[in-house]
Design a protein around this ligand. Structure first.
Ligand code: NAI
Length: 271
């Protein structure tokens, strides 16, 4: 039994202030799957959706301890939360994970395609391995998970698909052709799928973060980070919770007439 399994899940009868708080939980009764949920933007999104009352299925690939930590934090918000390990780039693995989630949760209403990687090199130095690796996770991984989840949303006539794109998919970026292409591809994926399922009660949108303070940007050289801050009107990197807030908004019933859109959250870096 994992440490997470030992966290008690029993719900006590709600006190009156608690009942009032719960009345404001816009995602009460909804079930969400967040890929790459163990850290960074994924972790912040898990907690934002759980705070809003959604039950959360948290996918992770390798960081078991970090994943258990976010799962425990979600359960403290009195929602059903569990961990599902899978490499989303592998179709059979993604399908196995979705089967396990559907068995346990019964269905997924909100899918946040967050998992993503960078493998930076300039085009002249980039071999096929780095090109393939990034496209397989960022683009094909999103295809794999969405392909397995979407039929249930269409059947129930309600769903939210939210993809983590990037400013880099809108502007290009030196040394990131594989990543930029994957994120530009996700924007096209978002618009196309939005058109296909708009009449089935499912919205499909993307959030395009600027540069956010996570493990992904911690690997950037000091000088590059300083240049990014200088090019950002707000003069700072974004925080994961600032991205999670945008994802949460798109997941709510209030965002019901928004589909096929890319919501930039970038401190004014690209406008
Ligand atoms: P991160 O590197 O901290 O987290 C990425 C997560 O994806 C990790 O939990 C990792 O285990 C998971 N992941 C990677 N490959 C996977 C696979 N094959 N299967 C399952 N999970 C996998 O990155 P961060 O910054 O939190 O990024 C989250 C998303 O936001 C990514 O899609 C990223 O491209 C995007 N983004 C991030 C920006 C930033 O400045 N940090 C800017 C723009 C977009």
């Amino acid at each position: 039994m994992s440490v997470v399994d030992q966290v008690p899940e029993t719900r006590q009868p709600a006190s009156q202030p608690q009942q009032q708080r719960e009345a404001h939980k816009v995602l009460q009764g909804k079930k969400a799957l967040i890929t790459g949920g163990s850290r960074g933007i994924g972790r912040a999104t898990v907690l934002a959706l759980a705070e809003a009352g959604a039950d959360v299925a948290i996918n992770y690939q390798r960081c078991g301890d970090a994943a258990e930590d976010v799962c425990r934090a979600a359960r403290k918000l009195e929602v059903h939360a569990n961990l599902f390990q899978a490499d989303i780039a592998r179709e059979a693995d993604a399908q196995r994970m979705v089967n396990a989630i559907l068995d346990e949760f019964g269905g997924i209403d909100i899918l946040v395609n967050n998992a993503g990687i960078t493998r930076d090199k300039t085009f002249l130095k980039m071999g096929r391995a780095l090109w393939d690796e990034v496209l397989e996770v960022n683009l094909t991984g999103t295809f794999n998970v969405t392909r397995a989840i979407l039929p249930g949303m269409v059947e129930r006539g309600w769903g939210r698909v939210i993809n983590l794109a990037s400013i880099v998919g809108q502007t290009g970026n030196f040394g990131q052709i594989n990543y930029a292409v994957s994120k530009g591809g996700l924007i096209a994926f978002t618009m196309t799928l939005a058109r296909e399922v708009a009449r089935r009660g499912v919205t499909v949108n993307a959030v395009a973060p600027g540069f956010i303070d996570t493990d992904m940007t911690k690997g950037m050289p000091e000088a590059a980070l300083a240049a990014v801050q200088a090019m950002t009107p707000m003069g700072r990197l974004g925080r994961p919770d600032e991205i999670a807030a945008a994802v949460l908004f798109l997941a709510t019933p209030q965002a019901s007439y928004i589909t096929g859109q890319v919501l930039p959250v970038n401190g004014g870096m690209y406008m």
